[in-house]
Design a protein around this ligand. Structure first.
Ligand SMILES: *Cc1c(COP(=O)(O)O)cnc(C)c1O
Length: 370
């Protein structure tokens, strides 16, 4: 080891030195190299991205935009105004982030003192624990029940004087199920800040966003990454009690929403019928994919309200299936952790992606049982 590295590392925060890195997605060009297939041949079902891409209005408007040399609006006036109509709550309740991921981080920065606690209903999205640790907080895992519903009694029991925030993904990633409104309100009653992450709202149609103005401690997060095909531009938003928006505006990076993302929001709403059609196509394809996965004896797929399907592997090894699919240029996620034993998460693609995937799975399954 270079002694000067060791020297400088000494002054890094001890908790961050020990932090395990977040496992991010692998970009398509790297995937195509790894699998030895052309980039056009890659079937990417590992990121819950929209296979239909963004609105063509977004592409065209971005190409013609003349003012990229001007800084974006720190108060996000146009974006928040556009979201007011879409969400159905006043713009004073809304704040946008560079992806909802940025808002997860900002919320935690606002509330956490070192070693304050955040309740995480596991298995769930990895960003809640990751951002908590980066902010110097302590994550408290409360496992979901056998059907991946939130253990409300368990969450309440886990609350103590250090608890600041409870995260609930609804639909949950990777299990695809939603949290009921009554469960969410039960947790809101505790007085702890409840963050309901609705990144997949457009696929479930279920939301608690209209309830935010009636509560002091309820936050809803949404994203343009999944339904609007804008994962690469990083744009999400939160619905907050107005008093929190004021403080978040104060602590956020002034130019957190770039100009391209601002334009993309406006043009996505201008083309909303078209985007809603792709959401409908994805929802229909989800049900078709579910029916096909159910026919494979070695998998147990779970019903989903999102744009992905979680599958337990009943016979065989999730990692082997993942590897075999990768050889064919098909990319999915696999898990093998205590709470996500031997399982897969498959993003819903286009019908032709489903067909290729199912054929590949039939082949692999045949080998596994042989
Ligand atoms: C994908 C995802 C996000 C991230 O959204 P961005 O807006 O791209 O940051 C947030 N929450 C959950 C549960 C997700 O699966």
């Amino acid at each position: 080891m270079n002694p000067s590295d060791q020297g400088i590392e000494k002054i890094i925060r001890g908790d961050l030195l020990r932090l395990t890195a977040y496992q991010p997605i692998v970009p398509p060009d790297v995937l195509s190299q790894e699998a030895g297939v052309s980039i056009e041949g890659v079937i990417k079902l590992d990121g819950n991205e929209n296979p239909y891409g963004c609105s063509s209005r977004v592409r065209d408007t971005l190409a013609a935009y003349p003012f990229y040399h001007i800084y974006p609006d720190p108060e996000q006036r146009e974006v928040r105004q556009a979201l007011e109509g879409y969400v159905g709550v006043g713009a004073e309740h809304i704040l946008a982030g560079a992806g909802s991921d940025e808002l997860i981080d900002l919320i935690l920065r606002l509330f956490l003192n070192p070693r304050d606690k955040v309740i995480n209903c596991v298995p769930t999205f990895g960003m809640y624990s990751f951002c908590t640790e980066v902010c110097g907080g302590e994550i408290v895992d409360v496992p979901r029940d056998k059907s991946y519903a939130i253990d409300i009694a368990g969450v309440k029991q886990a609350i103590d004087e250090k608890t600041k925030v409870i995260f609930i993904a609804s639909p949950n990633n990777p299990t695809g199920n939603i949290a009921s409104e009554s469960d969410i309100l039960e947790l809101v009653k505790t007085g702890i800040v409840v963050v309901v992450d609705e990144a997949y709202f457009e696929f479930s149609g279920v939301t608690v966003a209209p309830l935010v103005p009636q509560h002091e401690n309820l936050i809803v997060l949404r994203s343009f990454s999944k339904w609007a095909g804008l994962a690469g531009l990083r744009i999400g938003y939160g619905v907050f009690p107005t008093s929190l928006v004021e403080h978040l505006l104060k602590i956020k990076q002034p130019y957190n929403i770039n100009v391209a993302a601002q334009i993309a929001v406006k043009e996505s709403f201008a083309d909303i019928d078209c985007l809603n059609d792709t959401v409908k196509a994805i929802v229909a394809e989800r049900e078709r994919l579910l029916a096909k996965l159910e026919k494979l004896r070695f998998l147990k797929p779970w019903p989903s309200q999102a744009n992905f399907i979680y599958c337990a592997v009943l016979d065989g090894d999730a990692r082997t299936i993942y590897k075999e699919l990768q050889k064919k240029g098909i990319f999915i996620r696999y898990f093998d952790t205590p709470l996500l034993k031997n399982s897969l998460r498959i993003s819903v693609g286009k019908p032709e992606h489903t067909d290729v995937l199912i054929e590949a799975l039939q082949e692999i399954g045949g080998k596994g049982s042989g």
